[in-house]
Design a protein around this ligand. Structure first.
Ligand code: ZN
Length: 430
């Protein structure tokens, strides 16, 4: 049965950093939905008469309707590690993240946290995410099961880690290969699920395990790969000590066959020119995680350096909860703006909202499924209210017919309160 959502529509036909006319806006638009997918998008006056009689229409006259947000790096097993005081990456992992992740040895706890996590994403308008699970294979099962129940497109993987981690969180090269392989068989491309091969980072894997991850990718080249790169200076020093023969941290992943167009590496803050060139050449994605980089004192992402015309690195935007401090992609975009201000670079609102939607869909290879309002795409939508709080309402009194200004208010002042509704496959959730 058809249904429809009507209001002010915003979508991107291209990257606004490259082309002025990438923005698509309908002041009174309509998205017609059938079987969970978009079947028509355009002016309400033109499309409404073509709908079957009695088609239910949700009308949002003031709000903005956009493709649902996409988060390209988040740890669902760190729900209890967010907002943990006082340390930088390596100590933070030891003192907080690894403590939180050990509780996922209990499958019931994993199922409960998976439910909370996906509800929280949807409350924040995020309909798709690339997610780290714990070392326990059943933590990935729990997340995929819950996502399937909600009809959400979730990509995820169990972390592989066999050194420099507590006993309760250690697998080994052979078991991590076998567990990941079984999860791929069980979940990859089952409905909307995608599997991500997930060696946590170079520091927590033996060479044998990184080789096993590379083998998994060779055997399943359409799987995603996710890991961390060049987040923190102590981490980088440790990698250099462990792999003196490698040219760089990035080169370690390259040696094990882990770079490529389906690989998303979190942070990528402290990179030399040859490392950025290697990321560019392999079409690897760098996930910019601004709230995490500020919170853990890791450093300032250099978007201009990444975007150099002669060797552009693909960049996505992500929360990195629990190192990150908010599930909200709006807050994340606001933090990205501030990080870039400290580098005297600018993140325009159109560019930020493009990253959260179409850009991140491209980063995950899902651009034919999500990220734009277009026929054939899934009807995963977020409805945003730039007047959600008294302070936002007061600020919006000075905004007259400027879509970019309204979006900027949303990314600087907005959070879950600015999310009026979220739709997954045309159904309002949660
Ligand atoms: Zn992370």
């Amino acid at each position: 049965m058809q249904r429809a959502v009507r209001g002010r529509l915003v979508s991107f036909a291209g990257d606004p950093a490259e082309s002025e006319d990438a923005v698509r806006y309908w002041s009174d638009g309509l998205v017609a939905i059938d079987g969970g997918r978009i079947v028509a998008v355009g002016d309400a006056q033109a499309i409404a008469p073509t709908l079957p009689p009695q088609t239910p229409v949700d009308h949002y006259p003031e709000q903005l309707i956009m493709p649902g947000f996409i988060d390209t790096h988040i740890h669902y097993v760190q729900i209890e590690a967010i907002a943990s005081f006082g340390s930088q990456l390596l100590d933070w992992l030891k003192n907080y993240a690894f403590v939180a992740e050990q509780k996922f040895a209990d499958p019931d706890f994993a199922a409960k946290q998976a439910r909370f996590f996906l509800d929280e994403l949807l409350r924040n308008g995020t309909t798709t995410a690339l997610v780290y699970c714990s070392v326990h294979a059943h933590s990935a099962d729990a997340l995929f099961e819950e996502a399937e129940r909600r009809g959400m497109a979730i990509a995820a993987g169990k972390v592989m880690m066999d050194r420099n981690v507590p006993d309760g969180l250690r697998d080994d090269a052979a078991s991590s290969y076998a567990d990941s392989k079984a999860l791929i068989a069980r979940w990859h491309k089952r409905g909307r699920a995608r599997y991500a091969i997930t060696p946590r980072f170079v520091v927590s894997s033996t060479p044998e395990q990184l080789a096993a991850a590379g083998t998994l990718l060779r055997e399943h080249p359409d799987c995603l790969v996710q890991s961390h790169l060049a987040e923190n200076l102590d981490e980088i020093a440790l990698v250099r000590e462990t792999y003196p023969q490698a040219a760089s941290y990035t080169d370690v992943y390259h040696r094990f066959g882990l770079l490529g167009p389906t690989t998303v590496l979190g942070h990528c803050i402290h990179l030399a020119e040859d490392e950025m060139a290697l990321l560019s050449r392999t079409r690897t994605v760098a996930a910019f995680c601004p709230t995490s980089n500020l919170f853990l004192g890791s450093g300032l992402f250099d978007l201009a350096a990444m975007s150099k015309k002669e060797r552009p690195v693909r960049v996505s935007l992500a929360t990195d909860v629990g190192g990150g401090t908010s599930y909200s992609m709006l807050q994340t975009a606001g933090a990205a703006y501030k990080v870039l201000q400290l580098r005297d670079q600018k993140l325009a609102a159109y560019q930020a909202f493009h990253m959260m939607t179409r850009g991140n869909a491209h980063a995950l290879g899902l651009e034919q499924e999500i990220g734009t309002l277009a026929p054939g795409r899934y009807a995963d939508l977020v409805v945003l209210d730039a007047r959600a709080t008294p302070a936002m309402r007061a600020r919006m009194a000075a905004v007259h017919d400027r879509l970019d200004e309204e979006l900027f208010v949303l990314m600087i002042m907005g959070d879950d309160r600015a999310v009026a509704a979220t739709y997954v496959q045309g159904e309002k959730r949660p």
